[in-house]
Design a protein. Structure first.
Length: 1018
């Protein structure tokens, strides 16, 4: 580590202390109070929040003047000039400590020499953070000292970037009870004063004791910041909607980040710089890697889980390095493929400094160590752009993002080749291993051995990922997901066009108000908020509906004697009702009981145990247990039993029954004797589970399991018969939440139905291919040029007004929906905005469509879209794929191609029938219901499907780009022949089937019909 970087590490406590003070600078932003404006003079909000902040932090003197509390419960300052008519009773708390009245001198031991100026040491820490405005507010509250001016500059740099050009205070809308979301929906403001008071008191007492460890040690500081984030995340930093979409947290965090880097600059330069020098000495350190691919390239659940763990750990460590270990600055933006840190970027004479090569090495080391080089970062440091006086951190991040992501698809082997290229560690793995097969998971390292469950040959690293144990609550069991017919579904979703937002292209379309001339800029706070909002969308909805999809997971514990008579306590945990796990314990228990009763001779049983009890399975709404007694009959058991001494011979069922009798208060059960070989014991109800030695608890778990969810892309396992309901819930909530940006954000959804016996990796693979199709549908697969939207390849849609402001006819010209027509009803909420009590105004901030004028795309206010003009619209798509049909349609194999193993769908060429628009899905569902009403037999439909699929396969198996339009006709005639000749298909059915056969939608229709047949949807 270079000396200057070591110095930074040495003064960690000081840097974090200054960061913390900066984080608290707007502690008095108490919006409700500002809004009231009850005073005689119209005072500017900044002055209010400074005074309130001083009050909250218990500051007694500002600029050597006493802060006085007037008798009639108003804040007043002693010189009389600074009368701030704030009603004290409306301020919820004041901290109990007086520590903010201490000067920096009190903390001398952590202060670096260059900061030990008389000016700084004599300044109180409270005054430092409160006097953070240089140009407005009360004279006596203005920043005077250099440290105050530095903080003041950090504050104004962030405000200016966030509200570029938005300096018109007159056009403030008075709707202060709301906070704007980045997409224009109003959210309730939330105050959590009690929590805030607790946190501030904790900070104060740690500072009083000079216990820096308590707040600035590893972990503690992260926790503290997270807590502050929670209380400030739904509170506005700005009084002007819709600019209050960046919250008090966002603003405070950015200011503290800029200030933290400023302190680091002074330590690197060994001088306290002037406020004018901050902007020109900042840069962005970007750490980018193809994480989306890394996380989703696998198909096995343990591989997903393992990679997520590694990914989260890498992120945590890199962040720890830059924010804590060598505290240069903070993470100011992140999304799935990158982390972006604000750090010092000094221009020393002769060289660009400082030398960060060691930081780069450390980051690469973290990646190499955690992934063996399967994932390697591109690390680039870019000087922050400055436009006029505005620091453009966001634009700098966007530049880095575009640079990287435009190359991501073309990167050879997923590495970014530039001056920073480091050799991935895995290459060494091949030394002396040239004859080895390649790992079938990562396709990079030599395969070590065959996996014991999945039988694929994988490398050491991938093996370790699979072995990393999942926590019990994260364990995903299909038998918990599946419905009463033992089917489950994979719900796949993706929020389309998000990339356009995260690359900054769409941000200005949320707010283009011609009357005020205000536009929103892609500031890091705003981009971060967009990312977080989308990242949470599905998680919030799924967690809100999870309680409707619960079941009880049983935890068993049983005392039993093994055949040698040794008494053992076995913790069966939740495993007992899972046929694929530890079934032997119950077997042992039953065996033990039979032996104990003397019904069975232990030798005989030992020899035949494997043949007796073989499978225990769980299904259904209320917990019950199936015990299959396989390969044996009551007679055989009786035979075994009769060999034992003088006890009466019991049939096996009887024995088990008696065993369970001691739990008759807790278990209801019934016996079924199926044909011939299988005896079935069914426990129909489990009542209470507090009996000593038997059960140690019931845990409530959800039937909905997340495979993964990030950046608006997700996969959930859900019960099959609920999949449509859950999908519709997501769809409705999406429309409710993002209707203001329709056409610029869309939701793509897909469902894959599967039988519980179907291999999960096939289901997940189908899900991945579906996501790929969504990407094609959104036109996001190729890189777009920077423009309002370069996305015209996706949809250039002529739109005609049919009625004013309420309906648009959209005619799709390109893409998978070519030739489709859709009617859009424009929600009245898009045009009107509720303000105050029952009052509405025109919403000029959000309701825009993108209009194509002379090849250029511009936002146009919804009320002014001219008749017949061309607009850009991005519809949500909804996709059905029924896995049963994949028996023919999909056959996943591995083939070696150009020396690498590749997965291939070998049976069927690619079919372009999907995805569908949402309304079309409804047509298919209705047709499915018609079929059901016509009651064709399930067998007839299945036969039809199989025959048609086989015929199509035989006809088209050698074609590469099936289907062409003439192929579609051929398929239609094929279907016609089959329909007319097949037995069991009624005439009423034929027309519906034929209607759908043209585009091969028939397979989806058939699957849906069969699906609806299988479930009771009434
Ligand atoms: Zn591997």
């Amino acid at each position: 580590m270079t000396d200057s970087l070591k110095e930074i590490g040495k003064y960690r406590d000081f840097i974090l202390f200054m960061e913390l003070l900066a984080l608290l600078h707007d502690v008095g932003k108490y919006y409700e109070e500002v809004k009231k404006k009850s005073g005689k003079r119209s005072l500017r909000p900044p002055a209010y929040h400074n005074t309130i902040g001083a009050f909250i932090l218990g500051i007694e003197r500002l600029k050597n003047k006493d802060v006085v509390i007037e008798k009639n419960n108003k804040i007043l300052m002693s010189n009389g000039e600074n009368y701030a008519p704030i009603d004290l009773s409306s301020i919820p708390f004041r901290i109990s400590s007086r520590i903010f009245n201490e000067s920096f001198n009190f903390f001398e031991e952590i202060i670096p020499d260059i900061w030990k100026t008389e000016e700084f040491l004599n300044e109180t820490i409270g005054e430092f953070l409160i006097c953070h405005h240089e140009h407005y507010g009360y004279k006596s509250l203005r920043a005077k000292t250099t440290p105050q001016k530095l903080l003041s500059k950090a504050d104004s740099l962030d405000s200016a970037e966030d509200r570029e050009g938005a300096l018109d205070r007159k056009n403030r809308l008075k709707r202060g009870d709301f906070l704007n979301t980045p997409f224009g929906i109003l959210d309730k403001i939330e105050y959590r004063f009690k929590d805030e008071e607790n946190i501030l008191n904790r900070i104060a007492s740690a500072l009083e004791e000079k216990n820096f460890n308590k707040i600035f040690s590893k972990g503690n500081y992260v926790t503290l910041k997270n807590e502050i984030q929670k209380v400030w995340y739904a509170r506005p930093a700005d009084t002007r909607p819709p600019f209050n979409d960046t919250t008090l947290w966002n603003h405070a965090y950015m200011v503290s980040s800029i200030f933290k880097s400023t302190v680091a600059i002074t330590l690197l330069k060994r001088e306290i710089i002037g406020p004018g020098k901050i902007a020109s000495n900042l840069g962005i350190l970007s750490v980018q890697s193809p994480n989306r691919h890394f996380l989703t390239m696998v198909n096995r659940l343990p591989d997903y889980n393992g990679r997520w763990e590694v990914f989260k750990e890498i992120r945590r460590q890199v962040r720890h390095l830059i924010e804590f270990e060598v505290p240069l600055g903070n993470l100011v933006y992140e999304d799935i493929n990158g982390q972006y840190f604000l750090i010092p970027y000094l221009e020393f004479r002769g060289a660009k400094g400082p030398d960060y090569s060691e930081i780069r090495d450390r980051i690469v080391e973290i990646y190499q160590e955690k992934t063996d080089g399967l994932l390697l970062p591109r690390i680039k440091i870019e000087k922050c752009e400055i436009k006029g006086k505005i620091l453009q951190i966001g634009k700098t991040i966007i530049k880095l993002k575009k640079e990287y992501e435009s190359n991501i698809d073309g990167m050879i082997g997923w590495y970014y080749f530039d001056e920073d290229f480091r050799k991935p560690k895995w290459i060494e793995e091949w030394k002396g291993m040239e004859e080895r097969e390649i790992c079938q998971v990562c396709f990079k390292m030599p395969a070590e051995k065959q996996h014991f469950i999945y039988h694929d040959r994988i490398c050491k690293w991938c093996q370790q990922r699979r072995e990393s144990p999942a926590k019990e609550e994260e364990a995903k069991f299909l038998d918990e997901v599946m419905d009463k017919d033992q089917r489950f579904a994979l719900l796949v979703g993706q929020i389309g066009l998000l990339d356009q937002w995260l690359k900054g292209d769409y941000i200005c379309t949320t707010f283009v108000n011609k009357e005020t001339g205000l536009t929103k800029s892609p500031s890091p706070s705003r981009m971060m908020r967009i990312y977080q909002e989308i990242d949470r969308f599905d998680k919030n909805i799924i967690s809100s509906i999870k309680k409707n999809f619960q079941l009880k997971r049983l935890k068993f514990r049983i005392d039993y004697c093994d055949p040698t008579g040794r008494k053992t306590k076995k913790d069966l945990a939740y495993k007992i009702y899972r046929h694929r796990l530890e079934k032997k314990w119950l077997k042992e228990v039953v065996k033990e009981y039979l032996i104990e009763k003397g019904c069975l001779n232990s030798d005989i049983l030992n020899n035949t145990a494997g043949k007796i009890f073989s499978a225990i399975t769980y299904n259904g709404k209320s917990p019950h247990l199936d015990l299959f007694i396989r390969n044996t009959t009551a007679e055989t058991i009786t035979d075994y039993a009769s060999i034992s001494d003088d006890k009466a011979a019991w049939p096996a069922t009887e024995a088990v029954k008696r065993y369970l009798e001691k739990f008759k208060d807790t278990i209801n059960f019934e016996f079924k004797t199926d044909i011939g070989e299988i005896l079935r014991l069914k426990i129909t109800d489990l009542k209470q589970f507090n009996e000593e030695g038997f059960v140690n608890g019931i845990k409530t778990v959800s039937k909905i399991k997340s495979i993964y969810s990030f950046s608006g892309e997700f996969m959930y396992l859900v019960p099959a018969n609920e999949a449509l309901n859950i999908a519709n819930k997501l769809r409705d909530d999406f429309n409710r939440r993002y209707y203001k940006v329709q056409g610029r954000l869309c939701l793509n959804l897909g469902i894959i139905y599967a039988d519980h016996k179907y291999p999960l990796y096939m289901v997940l693979d189908a899900g991945k291919r579906m996501l790929k199709e969504f990407q094609v549908a959104n036109g996001l697969e190729t890189e777009k040029k920077f423009a309002m939207t370069g996305n015209t390849e996706a949809y250039g849609i002529p739109a005609l007004y049919k009625k004013e402001n309420s309906r648009i006819l959209v005619d799709f010209k390109e893409g998978v929906f070519k030739g489709e027509v859709q009617l859009i009803n424009i929600d009245s909420r898009v045009v009107k905005l509720k303000v105050g009590k029952g009052r509405e105004i025109d919403d000029k901030f959000y309701p825009y469509f993108l209009q194509k004028i002379n090849g250029q795309v511009k936002p146009v206010y919804i009320g002014k879209i001219p008749f017949g003009c061309e607009i850009i619209f991005s519809p949500g798509v909804f996709d059905f794929e029924y896995l049963n049909s994949s028996r023919v349609r999909m056959n996943l194999t591995l083939k070696k191609q150009y020396g690498q193993w590749r997965k291939r769908d070998s049976l069927f060429p690619l079919i372009h029938t999907r995805p569908y628009q949402i309304w079309k899905i409804e047509n298919i569902i209705n047709a499915g219901r018609q079929l059901r009403d016509a009651r064709p037999s399930t067998t007839a439909l299945e036969n039809f499907r199989e025959l048609l699929a086989r015929e199509i396969y035989d006809w088209f198996k050698n074609k590469e780009d099936f289907p062409q339009s003439e192929d579609k006709e051929l398929v239609k005639s094929l279907a016609q022949v089959l329909i007319t000749t097949m037995e069991g298909l009624k005439k009423e059915v034929s027309a519906t089937l034929l209607n759908f056969s043209k585009n091969l939608e028939i397979f989806d229709l058939l699957e849906l019909a069969l699906f609806l047949n299988a479930f009771d949807f009434s």
